[in-house]
Design a binder for this molecule. Structure first.
Ligand code: FAD
Length: 106
């Protein structure tokens, strides 16, 4: 099986970066494609117990694909659910853009 730590870091990087650059006002097609992408993870993510738990969480917390701010926050909260489960620190969701888009202010 794949290295779940390496796979996780790569996947979060892809997801948070894609959310950070998602449009403020996505077209219906962009929204539909983002929903498809997110709903594919519980089906296809190659760590089965991770995918199952993520699917349960997404059932309880519907994806917010309305725009970049809402999507970035939704994803931050989902990642924090995984962090909690793994005993990792909670990430401050106010810092999502700094981490995934803008870089630290100097
Ligand atoms: P990661 O958690 O991979 O985070 C990478 C970087 O993202 C961090 O260094 C930090 O800068 C930033 N970050 C952290 N939290 C947030 C946040 N809330 N919002 C924005 N940015 C943040 N592993 C398991 O062992 N069991 C599981 O059930 C499991 N489920 C997963 C489900 C999904 C959908 C994904 C994508 C991964 C899952 N993983 C799971 C992997 C796990 O989440 C980590 O990726 C892995 O343990 C490596 O952790 P890390 O400490 O290097 O940082």
């Amino acid at each position: 099986p794949p290295d779940s730590e390496e796979l996780g870091r790569a996947t979060w990087t892809f997801l948070h970066t894609t959310a950070a650059y998602y449009p403020e006002r996505p077209t219906p097609s962009q929204r539909a494609n983002m929903l498809t992408l997110l709903r594919s993870l519980p089906v296809l993510y190659p760590c089965t117990h991770c995918a199952d738990d993520f699917g349960e969480d997404v059932k309880l917390n519907a994806p917010n694909v309305s725009g970049r701010a809402g999507l970035s926050r939704w994803l931050c909260e989902r990642h924090n659910e995984v962090n909690k489960k793994l005993g990792k620190e909670q990430f401050d969701c106010a810092k999502t853009d700094e981490r995934w888009k803008d870089g630290p202010a100097d």
